[in-house]
Design a protein around this ligand. Structure first.
Ligand SMILES: Nc1ncnc2c1ncn2[C@@H]1O[C@H](COP(=O)(O)OP(=O)(O)OP(=O)(O)O)[C@@H](O)[C@H]1O
Length: 268
């Protein structure tokens, strides 16, 4: 870890995301506290897992972390500085530095573009290099995620689900981010390829000194990849610790319940 790694790439301070629910009346709306006062950090070189049941606010938190959702209250810091509105100049750097891998690569990738064009897209949008260097970067990205060079020529539906998620990971890496937010990245995949994709993410984190936010409803999967685990319940982080602390000495009743209900690794 060098000195830059001591400042979190992303930090949330008492972040809240509240929605008006469809129930309730105009005068007395019901408020859904999707994220309710979350403090969170992620640094380069660490994987922070966020685990909790469906509806606890994981995806909302992910969308705040990648800049898709403005918090109702609280603050997000990027390399120690507040991230302001979408028009803020720092947002461009933010867009390069924080990338996302979604649950389902079938919907996350443009089905009509070749894999080469999918990987060229972020490089072109950010005006990186020339045509030749961009094509070289595509070849490098394919190799980094363990895909054959021939994959460049085909469209996403012509490769397997696991390979499609590798394409999504390659796209997330294209701009050399500091942090990747992976929201249920293995849940839509066949059980037989989940461990391969998890191992790829862990290897990339180590080799590229990435920060990783790994979000899943499955505590065993989170344990497999995470250095630190945050347990989420009804919009709040109710417990945080290393995998050993959480698994061997859970302090919170909800964590204990999650552990009690945890199915065997990677098989949900
Ligand atoms: N735009 C919205 N309007 C109203 N309620 C919302 C909105 N977005 C999310 N919610 C509610 O906020 C809560 C948290 O949702 P979120 O999708 O973040 O949870 P989650 O833990 O990711 O669940 P899942 O794993 O099922 O996606 C849920 O009760 C959800 O219904």
């Amino acid at each position: 870890m060098n000195s830059n790694d001591t400042v979190p790439v992303l930090e949330l301070k008492d972040v809240k995301v509240y929605h008006r629910s469809r129930t309730g009346s105009l005068f007395r709306p019901n408020i859904v506290k999707a994220v309710d006062g979350v403090n969170f950090t992620v640094r380069r070189g660490e994987t922070v897992g966020i685990v909790g049941e469906s509806g606890c606010g994981k995806s909302t938190l992910a969308s705040v972390l990648v800049g898709l959702q403005e918090p109702t209250a609280g603050q997000m810091l990027f390399h120690g500085k507040p991230v302001k509105s979408r028009k803020d100049a720092a947002r461009k750097q933010f867009g390069r530095d924080v990338s996302v891998v979604f649950q389902d690569p079938s919907t996350a990738l443009n089905s009509r573009m070749t894999i080469q064009d999918i990987l060229l897209d972020p490089l072109q949008i950010h005006g990186i290099g020339n045509e030749q260097s961009r094509l070289a970067r595509v070849r490098e990205l394919l190799s980094v995620v363990g895909l054959p060079q021939s994959a460049a020529e085909v469209i996403p539906s012509q490769v397997s689900g696991g390979q499609r998620q590798r394409v999504a990971i390659a796209r997330a890496l294209a701009l050399e981010p500091s942090v990747i937010v992976a929201d249920e990245p293995t849940s839509a995949l066949d059980v037989s390829v989940r461990a391969q994709v998890l191992n790829l993410l862990s290897d990339l984190k180590r080799e590229l000194n990435l920060g990783m936010v790994f979000i899943s409803h499955d505590i065993q999967t989170v344990r497999y990849v995470s250095d630190r685990i945050c347990v989420m319940y009804f919009g709040k982080i109710v417990e945080e610790g290393t995998a050993t602390q959480i698994f061997d000495h859970p302090a919170n009743d909800y964590t204990k319940k999650l552990l009690g209900a945890a199915p065997s690794l990677l098989h949900t």
